[in-house]
Design a protein around this ligand. Structure first.
Ligand SMILES: NC(=O)N[C@@H](CC(=O)O)C(=O)O
Ligand SMILES: [Zn+2]
Ligand SMILES: [Zn+2]
Length: 349
């Protein structure tokens, strides 16, 4: 049994840092990651390279001295995005990817895409220039059951886009279904596809949200599915296979906004993600695959070198505790509770 574990510094390939006071509060909790793909769903969204550059500066200013984190910026795709701007921003190193939100699919997605044909020229230019497309993969058709929206998206939207745009490199973000796992695995050859998996979707199924009472802090999008889907995600993540990598989707919201008759979606996992992942991989006898998931597969997809420096985890005798909530000005933000004790702790460098 392992007592300590040394890993190349993990990266987070899907992270919400927000802005303003919330950014100041949450950025330090992601400071020990190496790189993070920063989601652009601010209000208003990050749609131009100038906005991405300015947002990056605000993030760097919110990080503590000595933070490892390098923010990798994304642009929020709209029906008026100019293909030439995207290509130039990527060429100049301002953005690492473009993010597709189907309009209405999730938090702050109102400016997203309704008619996918209208953004075809952007996809074509991205394919040509090798710019990855990060996708929130859910249909918004109200006729489609919320638990089926990811699987239906693959058939109705994602597969047709990929067939029509040869060479487009796609990350299916926060996959939550066996169908998502299979689709990513079956189309990953040559780096054509990757899939991020969140910490919380490895831990909870839909019962956590609904059985025995409604638990808003477990509500996120895509919503957690049946147990068999969680197990498919666990198998994918702990396999160490190339196309699957960590994207925490740590998505802080003030408790005031989550604890409502109509509460918003998102789990805040940044503070305890690495401890939870070590526990999960240990439970599955797969600690030897943790580094592939957190630190190797993501950079390989994004065609970046893995981080050179390391973090050290040690397994404590008694559980390590994390704050249940953190203060953000007058608000509180609840930290994701995995529902089991955590023994792995990141040692200070
Ligand atoms: N995952 C979530 O439930 N929420 C995210 C948006 C997203 O990633 O879909 C957010 O920005 O709050
Ligand atoms: Zn999303
Ligand atoms: Zn997200």
């Amino acid at each position: 049994m392992y007592k300590t574990l040394t890993l190349r510094r993990p990266d987070d390939w899907h992270l919400h840092l927000r802005d303003g006071e919330m950014l100041q509060t949450v950025a330090p909790h992601s400071a020990a990651f190496g790189r993070a793909i920063i989601m652009p769903n601010l209000v208003p969204p990050v749609v131009t390279s100038e906005q991405a550059r300015a947002y990056r500066e605000r993030i760097l200013a919110a990080l503590p001295e000595g933070a490892a984190l390098q923010p990798l910026m994304t642009l929020y795709l709209t029906e008026t995005t100019d293909p030439a701007d995207v290509v130039a921003a990527h060429r100049d190193g301002i953005i690492a990817a473009v993010k597709l939100y189907p309009a209405g699919a999730t938090t702050n997605s109102a400016s997203g895409v309704t008619d996918f044909d209208r953004v075809r020229p952007v996809f074509e230019a991205m394919a040509e220039a090798g710019v990855p497309l990060c996708v929130h993969g859910e249909v918004t058709d109200p006729e489609v059951d919320i638990f089926d929206r990811e699987a239906v998206f693959i058939d109705r939207v994602l597969d047709p886009i990929r067939r029509a745009t040869l060479g487009l490199r796609v990350v299916m973000e926060h996959i939550t279904t066996a169908e998502g796992v299979d689709y990513v695995r079956d189309h990953a050859a040559g780096g054509a596809m990757g899939g991020t998996i969140t910490t919380h979707h490895l831990v909870i199924n839909r019962n956590a949200i609904l059985a025995g009472g409604i638990r808003p802090h477990y509500y996120c999008l895509p919503v957690a599915k049946r147990e068999r889907h969680r197990l498919a995600l666990r198998t994918a993540a702990t396999s160490g296979q190339g196309p699957f990598f960590l994207g925490t989707d740590s998505a802080p919201h003030p408790d005031r906004a989550k604890l409502q008759p109509c509460g918003c979606a998102g789990c805040f996992t940044a503070p305890n993600t690495v401890s939870i992942l070590a526990q999960v991989f240990e439970q599955d006898g797969a600690l030897d695959q943790l580094e592939a998931f957190t630190s190797l597969n993501g950079p390989a997809f994004y065609r970046l070198p893995p981080n050179e420096d390391r973090i050290r985890l040690s397994r404590h005798q008694t559980p390590v505790t994390f704050p249940q909530e953190i203060a953000a000005g007058d608000e509180t933000v609840t930290v994701f509770d995995p529902g089991f004790p955590l023994f792995w702790h990141t040692e200070p460098a």
